[in-house]
Design a protein around this ligand. Structure first.
Ligand code: PNS
Length: 160
């Protein structure tokens, strides 16, 4: 049985993230989607909020075999070992994502031997990012094509 961990800041979870989680769940026996504290980013939503939104979004999307967890501190590689995970799954949309993800994948492999599997989101989500979603919402635009319903309700300036 192979467990995969899908880690990320999920600030907030987007339909692109959910698409990758769905694809991972079709390949791996069990998927743990983990909201991770990234010390390089100042979060918009708290860790607890991000986890709650991820839980609600996974639940409303009806994806089977996925649990949600959080990692507030420590190495992702250690978390994966502790959970018996055999792979990390990350979504990549572009060369820029590859450039960002490769060093992390190498470091995680060096730390614990764990492999990172890269998956493509569907093309319609190839430009969707949490930061763009936040910006569109904050400036009064409609981000509903990019986020699950649970997230839409929590974003600033949402339509009434
Ligand atoms: O969604 P993000 O912010 O691009 O996800 C990056 C994240 C949080 C998965 C990455 O920063 C991470 O794994 N942080 C945990 C600390 C760690 O293990 N660092 C060393 C290997 S990258």
């Amino acid at each position: 049985m192979t467990i995969a961990v899908c880690p990320g800041s999920f600030d907030p979870v987007t339909l692109g993230h959910l698409d990758v989680i769905r694809k991972a769940s079709a390949i791996f026996d069990e998927v743990i989607a983990v909201v991770v504290h990234n010390p390089d980013k100042a979060p918009f939503f708290t860790l607890a909020q991000r986890m709650q939104l991820l839980e609600a979004s996974v639940s409303e999307s009806g994806i089977d075999g996925v649990s949600v967890d959080s990692l507030e501190s420590g190495l992702l590689a250690d978390y994966c070992n502790a959970r018996g995970a055999g792979a990390i799954v990350k979504g990549v949309r572009s060369n820029m994502d590859i450039g960002y993800e490769l060093p992390m994948a190498y470091v995680n492999e060096n730390l614990s031997g764990i492999q990172t599997v890269f998956m493509l989101p569907r093309p319609e989500y190839g430009h969707v990012s949490s930061s763009l979603v936040r910006q569109v919402a904050e400036l009064g635009g409609d981000p509903s094509a990019y986020v699950p319903r649970a997230v839409l309700q929590m974003l600033p300036n949402r339509a009434q």
